[in-house]
Design a protein around this ligand. Sequence first.
Ligand code: PMP
Length: 396
Amino acid sequence: MSSKTLSKFLHDNLEDLKSHGLYNVIDPLESGNGPLIRIGGRELVNLSSNNYLGLATDERLVSACIAATKAAGVGAGAVRTINGTLSVHVDLEQKLAEFKHTEAAIVFQSGFNCNMGAISAVMDANDAILSDELNHASIIDGCRLSRAKIIRYKHSDMDDLRLQARTAKESGLYNKLMVITDGVFSMDGDIAKLPEIIRIAEEYDLITYVDDAHGSGVLGNGAGTVKHFGLSDKVDFQIGTLSKAIGVVGGYVAGKQALIDWLKVRARPFLFSTSMTPGSAAACITALDILMNSTELQERLWDNAHYFKQGLAALGFDIGHSETPITPCIIGEEVATQTFSKRLYEEGIYAKSIVFPTVPKGTGRVRNMPTAAHTREMLDKALSVYEKVGKELAII
Ligand code: PMP
């Protein structure tokens, strides 16, 4: 029997979430996460994956995964520092360093793990971290884990960042200072002001940390936001995930050799959690080869993103100020947002609502991710359903 205290806690809190439209229902897919998905026997146009380039279901990656799995098995068998480092992991790290134009790279089991491990390996209770208020949850948790003082600056507000950096520096309270930002902000699709962040970092001797989960494969001819601004030699930590544009799973830090050497002896998920499967590592290498040899997929992604954004805006939806393929359709109130998304679903479009606490209260949105794999027919179908449901619910 479970504890009465726990039962009451769970019951009360779950009911509270449900009554406020904040309870997230998970729909399992009966297909891969491509541009069309199957749920409950129905086929839907999928606008909710981070599979930007369609690589998650690409045959070339699937073949690489199968070949590596046949050669090395399904599991790596140990953590990296005992004997779970297979040559495919080392090959992947070399490929990532090449992809990011850095001296070296280190791979983690996920982007989330990577932020938890990398921040806390370098920062401690005698340090302070300047963190954009809209940074991803894994950055926030990584900062907390480090026990450094967390100083949040207003979203992409460079005056505020400069002021906070100056105050922290002049206080003399901290050994090290770091500035952390997402490269692309995942809920609004805006790009961090990296050139200015780097100028401020140089002025106040800040360690620089850019999590480019949503920029890699999308900006800078695929190499990401840092490359997009030509700043590859100015950013200390270039973080990425292998689960979005790369289509597989995993996370990484790319940077100077000494930094990577340090993370390999101090980042706790690297030391204490079993390494990525050989099949995943091999699929990532194939994805990086595709990205480094052609910009075709990025071009298709951007074409589709422009087309879909223009379509939604022309219908009269509020699509915010995204500078990337991330296309929010902002509805506002939580229950209204969920109703909108539910109606899209009933009409054959999978576009998930995103509400508090993932985004601030009152800014609920349906977030759309057009990808390179969508056809114009799929996007046209989505736009016509948006029009129908938008009119029905008096949103447009
Ligand atoms: N950082 C950012 C900015 C992200 O958007 C995400 C994915 N939601 C992550 C880290 C976590 O990456 P992963 O899914 O590989 O754990």
